[in-house]
Every structure is written in C-alpha cells, then in structure tokens.
Design a binder for this molecule. Structure first.
Ligand SMILES: [Zn+2]
Length: 222
C-alpha cells in the first residue's frame, strides 16, 4: 500500500460514520488519475485507488469526506460522500485484470470487517447516479464479488413486471430519477445487455433484492 495524500477532502457532515462503499473506474491511466485526484483545482478525490497491477494507493483518510460521488443518492442518503468510502479502479471498465480484482477483494474484506459494512452497502457509482454515471460498467464482476461475500447478487424468480420499479426503490435506487433510468442502472449491474420494457425476469431479480436487502433496514437506523 502506498500513501499518496490528497488535499481534496473535508469533515464528514453531521459526523456520520461511513457505511457505504462506492466503486468507480478512473477512465484514465493510473498516474493521470492520481494527479487529478490530488489536484486542488480538480476538486475530486477518493479514499483509495487500485491500479491494474493490484497496487493500492491510499489518498484520503477514511475518517474524512472524500469527493468522489457527486450528485445522486442511495435510499435516503443524499450526501453520499459523507456516508461512503470511495474506491477508484484504474481503467475505463473494458477490462478488470486479475491482480486488480484480487487487490480489491483484499481491500473490501479489510474495510468491511473493520467498519462492519454489509455486502448490500457496496454499490457502483452508476447505482447512485443513474443516467449521469456508468462506472464501474457492465463488465465489472459483481457476481464474483457477491460470491466472495463482498456485494450482493439476486436469485432469479418470476414476478409481475408492473412491480419492478417499486422493488428497485425498495432496494435503494434513487427516487429522483425516472423509472426508466432506475431500470437501466439496475440492468447495467445485474442484467447487462437486457433491453426493452421491464419484463418478468427484471421483476424477479428486483423483488429478490428488495425482499432480502430492503433499504429501510439502513435508512431507519440513519
Ligand atoms: Zn465514478
């Protein structure tokens, strides 16, 4: 692990403790990304960056608020930066080399154990900012992460498509965007390549997520 302190941070508002982890891709090479995440003029940062070789860079103390999430929400959380830890992954999402994924697995295991963070609280930037962000993208291995106990993955079942959007809201997808953008964000992560109106497969997956991981479990405690 390499320390590369970024000046781009502030206190977590309201003194809240982070209980969310947001995954990103950098959309640029490691050195350019590190420079940008440490540039006061860019006013962006993350707590961690993992490069394609699996080296982890620590940029912002986890106790502090880094600037990675921007506008968006997850459940009732609208200041996602104050409630989350941000992890940037080198690249544009077109490939996630094994050393990078292994380092991410180790880092998530460590953070989640230290802070008692539930796997359902590990989300993508695309989940909390539908229509605006698409990282970490459709090729990211969410299923593998869930298999390792570091995220969640839905079990297939059939259900009534008309209830899909309500289920997506109950899982945490933002209320401030349209049902169409919620559906697209959900598919990007859980059903890449699917298109057209919500069908019974979307409904089954969405209901399973909402049933096992309802967002009000965390929002009530907040
Ligand atoms: Zn991002």
């Amino acid at each position: 692990m390499i320390h590369r302190p970024s000046p781009n941070h502030g206190p977590r508002r309201g003194g809240v403790r982070p209980d969310l982890i947001v995954l990103h891709y950098t959309a640029m090479e490691r050195d350019a990304a590190l420079e940008r995440l440490c540039d006061p003029a860019a006013a962006v940062s993350s707590h961690w960056l993992i490069d394609r070789r699996g080296e982890a860079f620590h940029l912002v103390d986890e106790e502090l608020r880094a600037w990675h999430a921007g506008m968006g929400s997850w459940g009732a959380v609208t200041d996602v930066n104050s409630r989350s830890i941000g992890i940037e992954l080198e690249g544009d999402g077109s490939q996630y080399p094994a050393p990078l994924m292994e380092a991410l697995t180790r880092l998530l295991r460590d953070i989640m154990a230290r802070r008692d963070i539930h796997p359902a609280r590990v989300i993508g930037h695309s989940d909390m900012a539908p229509g605006r962000k698409c990282d970490p993208g459709p090729l990211f291995d969410w299923r593998g992460l869930a298999h390792a106990g570091l995220s969640v993955w839905p079990e297939a079942g059939e259900d009534e498509p008309s209830g899909t959007d309500a289920a997506l809201l109950r899982f945490g997808y933002p209320a401030f965007v349209s049902p169409q953008l919620r559906l697209e964000a959900f598919r990007l992560r859980f059903r890449p390549g699917a298109s057209g109106p919500a069908d019974a497969v979307d409904a089954g997956l969405a209901f399973d997520l909402a049933r096992r991981f309802p967002i009000d479990r965390w929002d009530k405690a907040a």
